[in-house]
Design a binder for this molecule. Structure first.
Ligand code: ZN
Length: 314
């Protein structure tokens, strides 16, 4: 299984267009110890041929161009000038920064999209723009998955890619744009998922970009994997409040912070088996600074911070 990291920032990217926090200011001035980042985007493949996107970020067009593995190739047997190694996407939630990129893939390219039924209904039935993905017969194949169940990743023709996925229900909060009438009609446990992918050889990767709380069952799940890409959104619970002079806590946004007794560094310390990597890092997070004490603390705890463009072979 091949894993490409196309983007590593939380929603808004780094720097964020309207942000003047210390990190965003320094990276614009060129004085920051670290790089700019695009919004979180991962692609996985069983064989390096067909690729599945984990979510679809608003930066997807540029991320595809920066990644030769997902460029279209000309095939002599096909006369039309359209092709993509991207077979489809697996959606963990319906957040704008996780689904907007689907609209960048609208040029009548056949795609297979896996999500919970609730996430599908929000996009397909309530947001008419997504009809652009479903204009022609065979363009979009929606595949609903159930929390806790294992399912195969299928290509747009319904062929099994050889990759398996199991979703773990994590959050019950739907995005703010979902109307209250619709909200009462959705299954709470289908709002936000952690995704565990398994190759035919039994290698496992966990993609958990939004984790509201950590319990014993989650720790056991993570310790059964080879690589985890974990929620690194905020360093501390009150980070946004301090950066903006107001706002809400990390936990009320559905993100367990990295630091503190209840944070991921401390709580995931007993998880020894997988390589542990933070992704979905908000522009305000001090661990972005490669020269800072927070980054040192992360590395000393055995964690890494994902970089745009990095790759893992499992
Ligand atoms: Zn900022």
């Amino acid at each position: 299984m091949r894993v490409k990291i196309l983007g590593t920032a939380a929603g808004g990217g780094f720097p964020q267009w309207n942000c003047v926090c210390a990190n965003c200011r320094a990276v614009r001035e060129g004085s920051f110890s670290g790089k700019a980042r695009t919004q979180a985007q991962v692609a996985i493949s069983a064989d390096g041929g067909a690729w599945f996107l984990l979510g679809a970020s608003p930066d997807l067009r540029a991320q595809i161009e920066a990644t030769p593995e997902v460029h279209p190739t000309a095939t002599s047997s096909v006369s039309v000038a359209r092709h993509s190694p991207i077979a489809g996407a697996v959606l963990a939630n319906a957040d704008v920064d996780h689904v907007l990129g689907l609209l960048m893939l609208r040029e009548l390219q056949p795609l297979s999209v896996h999500s919970t039924a609730s996430v599908r209904r929000i996009l397909q039935q309530d947001n008419s723009m997504f009809a652009m993905l479903d204009r022609a017969e065979g363009q979009l194949r929606w595949n609903d998955f159930m929390p806790g169940k294992t399912f195969p990743l299928l290509d747009p023709q319904g062929q099994d890619s050889g990759l398996r996925c199991r979703s773990i229900s994590l959050g019950v909060h739907y995005p703010a744009y979902v109307r209250s009438a619709r909200r009462s009609d959705l299954v709470p446990g289908e709002a936000s998922s952690g995704l565990v992918f398994e190759s035919e050889s039994g290698r496992r990767i966990a993609y958990f970009p939004a984790v509201p709380q950590i319990d014993q069952a989650l720790l056991q799940e993570l310790d059964s994997t080879d690589l985890i890409l974990f929620d690194g959104t905020f360093w501390s619970d009150d980070e946004l409040i301090r950066a903006q002079g107001g706002g809400i806590t990390a936990s009320s946004m559905g993100h367990v912070p990295v630091s503190s007794d209840a944070g991921s560094l401390r709580r995931l310390a007993p998880v020894k088996r997988p390589r542990k990597i933070f992704i979905h890092v908000n522009n305000t997070n001090p661990m972005l600074n490669e020269a800072g004490a927070e980054r040192r603390q992360v590395l000393e705890a055995g964690w890494e911070v994902a970089e745009d463009g990095c790759q893992f072979d499992l």
